[in-house]
Design a binder for this molecule. Structure first.
Ligand SMILES: *[C@@H]1O[C@H](CO)[C@@H](O)[C@H](O)[C@H]1NC(C)=O
Ligand SMILES: *[C@@H]1O[C@H](CO)[C@@H](O)[C@H](O)[C@H]1NC(C)=O
Length: 292
């Protein structure tokens, strides 16, 4: 009996370890479909400590049927906004074919200096930018609209979804817009760390006041540095599970969970699930810490 259980476990481990094969990297993520966790009535894993951190699990997200500057059928869950102490807004957006944001910088009430990053999770989104023309984005596709850019975005498929970051530019330069796909971004190692990083928006270029990275951890990998830094983070778990240290507490996190980390919150991640883990990560950079 014991032997057959062990044999079954070995098979399971083998099956799961094949998911770490780098060739499986470019698979659609299931960032909106929560891992099936047994839920008790009235119970949620979400925890919010304003001005410190937030863990927003899928079961407690509230979608509203509008988003400033957008038209058509759209529903958006605001995960991070300045009400939490953040300097940016992060939304998870579901949209139907035909939904659009046109001339995003020009909509009534739009803050001046608005910049935007959009990362596609499901479906098709068409984006248009002056120097790069119109491009079709699917899973892993992204656009960064620099401040002053017309943010022409059209949703092509029913059931499309994306992560949206809006921020008011606080840098001192004129950053350029970028359209790309994470599959084209090379992987990098960070000295002293084992995780792999892909730069979607490259914060080493001083023009950008935030960066966007995709972080990959093989099962069991964890961060070396237990980080404390002046920057903030917005995060969406795209695959796998793990444990996040936020402040003095450890939180199990899984695919679909969204997190906010305020400046100086101690933070650390371990990919302590049986499969590889990946997350989408926003970080503000290149601003003067004395002023922000
Ligand atoms: C958003 O879309 C995902 C699939 O992309 C779906 O699983 C989820 O139920 C949708 N949520 C809402 C509130 O529409
Ligand atoms: C990021 O920007 C820096 C500075 O411009 C550059 O040296 C580096 O090659 C860039 N990295 C990527 C992946 O584009």
């Amino acid at each position: 009996m014991l032997l057959s259980v062990l044999a079954a476990l070995a098979t399971l481990n083998f099956a799961e370890s094949t998911q770490c094969d780098p060739s499986s990297y470019h698979q659609p993520a299931a960032a909106h479909s929560a891992v099936e966790l047994p839920l008790l009535a009235g119970h949620t894993r979400s925890v919010v400590e304003p001005f410190q951190f937030a863990v927003v699990a899928p079961e407690s997200r509230m979608y509203t049927p509008s988003l400033p500057g957008w038209h058509g059928t759209i529903s958006a869950a605001a995960i991070v906004t300045p009400a939490l102490g953040a300097r940016f807004a992060m939304y998870l957006v579901n949209a139907s074919a035909g939904a659009s944001s046109t001339d995003g910088t020009l909509y009534e009430g739009a803050p001046s200096g608005l910049e935007r990053f959009l990362y596609v999770l499901h479906g098709t989104v068409f984006v248009k930018e002056e120097s790069q023309g119109e491009r079709r984005l699917e899973y892993g596709g992204f656009v960064y609209y620099a401040p002053g850019e017309k943010m022409n975005t059209f949703v092509g498929d029913e059931g499309s979804s994306f992560v949206l970051i809006d921020q008011v530019y606080a840098g001192a330069f004129k950053p350029v817009s970028v359209i790309g796909n994470e599959a084209e971004a090379g992987t990098e190692f960070v000295p002293g760390e084992v995780f792999k990083l892909r730069r979607l928006l490259n914060g080493s270029d001083p023009g950008y006041d935030f960066n966007i990275h995709i972080m990959d951890f093989a099962p069991g990998e964890y961060m070396n540095v237990k980080e404390v830094h002046y920057n903030q983070h917005g995060l969406l778990m795209l695959r796998g599970h793990g444990i996040y240290l936020l402040g003095e507490r450890f939180f199990p996190v899984a695919t679909g969970d969204a997190l906010y980390m305020a400046p100086f919150v101690p933070q650390w991640f371990g990919a302590l699930g049986p499969t590889s883990a990946r997350y989408f990560l926003y970080k503000d950079v290149n601003t003067n810490p004395l002023l922000h």
